[in-house]
Ligand binder design. Structure first.
Ligand SMILES: [Zn+2]
Length: 229
């Protein structure tokens, strides 16, 4: 069981690529948010531990997260590998994951970074506007209303939430990118980092991810044939 870690800043398109890659590789996507919810719902001992932190509005400690993750990786559908989405988020988590996988004779086969320049991410995220009446979403670049500033569906005024303003997004992004950089550096040093240009279209990015996985030991059967033929 080996893992592919998908890395990317918010807005880089990682969430779009994860299911495409999962389908191609025939392995499940494991996202820590989903793991927490499932463990809490099932009332497992780890789930109860996690819940105490979540109820108190605190981050679930790394050791609990890693143990939950290992439980999940031990299931039958993960026998041929998993895609990790949203974990690790810090260098400490990345190290804990490496150690836990090594104890099981597994490893991170590849860490794929969907790379989009920070300025482009800020542009993508700060173009969001919503309508006052019902919160219908618009985007300055990707889904403009027919009449500027007015909702197509109900005619109400469009406005930008404080969270969607460029300065707020810039500050939040700087924090997130600094943690992401640490994780990227961790995988660069261990020699498994693959960087894919995230400015391309969805299909081109998916193809680039597939190509990056060739030779990592986690590519689907037949990849090399198809690439050659
Ligand atoms: Zn509306």
């Amino acid at each position: 069981m080996n893992a592919v870690v998908l890395l990317g800043a918010p807005g880089a398109g990682k969430g779009t690529q994860a299911p495409l890659l999962a389908e191609r590789l025939g392995v499940p996507i494991v996202a820590t948010g989903g793991l927490f919810r499932a463990a809490v719902r099932d009332g497992t001992p780890l789930g109860m531990d996690a819940r105490r932190y979540m109820d108190a509005g605190q981050l679930v400690p790394d050791d609990i997260t890693v143990r939950l993750l290992l439980d999940r990786l031990g299931r039958a559908d993960a026998a041929h590998g998993v895609i990790l989405d949203g974990f690790p988020r810090t260098r400490v988590q990345a190290q804990a994951l490496d150690e836990a996988l090594a104890e099981r004779g597994a490893r991170v086969a590849a860490a794929v970074l969907v790379d989009v320049p920070a300025e482009e991410l800020i542009d993508r995220m700060s173009g969001r506007w919503i309508c006052r009446a019902a919160g219908h979403p618009y985007h300055e670049r990707f889904s403009r209303p027919h009449v500027p500033g007015i909702c197509d569906l109900d005619g109400s005024e469009l406005y930008q939430r404080p969270d969607d303003r460029p300065d707020t997004i810039r500050a939040r992004m700087a924090q997130q990118l600094s943690a992401l950089e640490d994780v990227i550096e961790h995988y660069r040093q261990s020699g498994v980092l693959k960087t894919v240009d995230g400015l391309q279209g969805i299909r081109e990015v998916a193809d680039a991810i597939n190509a990056a996985l060739v030779g990592t030991g986690i590519e689907p059967a037949g990849t090399t044939e198809r690439a050659a033929g």
